[in-house]
Design a protein. Structure first.
Length: 196
């Protein structure tokens, strides 16, 4: 075989590879941002999972989101030791006090957390005129944090209400870390209630 024949075979193989490779690349690549092209194993890319709040026919109550098994505690969390009743609230008021050093930066963090978790019900001024109530979406008026009884309660009680809930207010202990709860308590006491 001469050198010319080897070059021709090499060119032929290169052309054949290009003929096969170019169409393969064209059908495999993204055609646009919305259309991701061909999927060769779609069951691996798009699982048959249920979304958090969707209905689930496999569960007796029809809900996908499940409560944790009673008694389980996430690794990074300490169980909250006070019950969500009058006795638990009173004990928390007596036994708990804010362990944080109150600084302007910490109060600003408390303001941000308050605006995320509390203002929609209690209002940005703490007067119970949050947009959920004033818009008519929530008919039960939230507690005013400027109420004399609320202002007189110990910090531990405010912390307890945030942690375990009270009345129609749900618990926020699963959403807000203990440190963040104390920052909110400090913001309520040092900024909102001081303005009154």
């Amino acid at each position: 075989m001469n050198m010319y024949s080897i070059k021709n075979i090499g060119r032929s193989l290169l052309k054949l590879n290009l003929i096969v490779l170019i169409p393969l690349v064209m059908v495999s690549c993204d055609r646009s941002r919305e259309d991701k092209g061909r999927e060769f194993f779609p069951d691996m890319a798009h699982g048959y999972d249920y979304k958090t709040w969707s209905e689930n026919p496999a569960m007796e109550d029809g809900r996908t989101m499940r409560k944790p098994v009673e008694g389980t505690v996430p690794r990074h969390m300490q169980p909250y030791p006070y019950s969500a009743d009058f006795e638990g609230r009173e004990l928390a008021g007596k036994n708990l006090s804010n362990p944080l050093n109150i600084t302007p930066a910490m109060l600003e963090e408390g303001r941000e957390l308050y605006n995320v978790f509390c203002a929609q019900c209690h209002g940005t001024q703490g007067d119970g005129q949050g947009w959920l109530h004033t818009s008519g979406k929530y008919v039960i008026p939230p507690t005013s944090l400027l109420n004399d009884d609320i202002m007189a309660q110990p910090s531990g009680e405010t912390y307890h209400v945030i942690s375990a809930g009270w009345g129609v207010m749900g618990e926020h202990g699963s959403l807000i870390t203990p440190e963040q709860r104390w920052k909110i308590v400090a913001f309520i006491e040092q900024i909102i209630q001081e303005k009154k």
